[in-house]
Write a protein that binds this ligand. Structure first.
Ligand SMILES: [Fe+2]
Ligand SMILES: [Fe+2]
Length: 185
């Protein structure tokens, strides 16, 4: 017999308490399998604007900013861990919907487009990088909202709603960096 709780499973690290919105995560489940819903969620999982893009973009920004801006580099890796948790939850939903969570989207006629490192905004300096990170969070929220309106499954809607709370929190954290480091003087 297992008494494992949701909190004990998966990607749970101290970063989830610092860079995640302070609220519990819903149980990952689906009403029934759906290839169409999986197709929509693959966009959030590994499309151009996706958790996979967010993870790799924030880690790249973490690497290149670490020497000059240690505190901001730490924030970026902390947020990247939360994005990994989002990716994990989406993979779980996609599997439960009956699809394979390879890092790709499935378009019309079942054409597969694999995730590309060209999706990342690499940037050239601190402020354009953090601005791009904020823009990515807003785009992700817009996509989640669009998919929420299409997907008629209360369990999936709840997962997306909870992810949106984290993305809003990330915008607040990144805006604090912009305010502190990127104000015109
Ligand atoms: Fe995310
Ligand atoms: Fe985020």
């Amino acid at each position: 017999m297992s008494n494992t709780t949701t909190k004990d499973r998966g990607c749970v690290t101290p970063a989830l308490f610092k860079c995640a919105y302070q609220a519990p995560y819903p149980e990952v489940r689906v009403v029934k399998p759906s290839a169409y819903y999986a197709q929509l969620l693959l966009e959030d999982y590994a499309g151009q604007v996706s958790e996979t893009t967010a993870i790799t973009q924030y880690l790249y920004h973490h690497y290149v900013l670490e020497k000059e801006y240690k505190e901001i580099a730490d924030l970026l890796s902390c947020i990247a861990l939360v994005e990994m948790h989002h990716q994990e939850m989406l993979a779980d939903v996609i599997i439960k919907l009956g699809a394979d969570p390879q890092y790709r989207t499935i378009g019309p006629n079942n054409v597969e487009t694999y995730w590309s490192a060209s999706y990342i905004t690499y940037g050239t300096a601190l402020c354009d990088r953090i601005s791009a990170d904020i823009a990515g969070e807003w785009s992700a929220i817009a996509n989640y909202r669009r998919h929420q309106s299409i997907i008629d499954d209360p369990y999936i809607k709840a997962v997306l709603e909870r992810i949106i709370l984290d993305e809003m929190h990330h915008i607040t954290l990144f805006n604090q960096v912009l305010y502190q480091y990127c104000r015109p003087v």
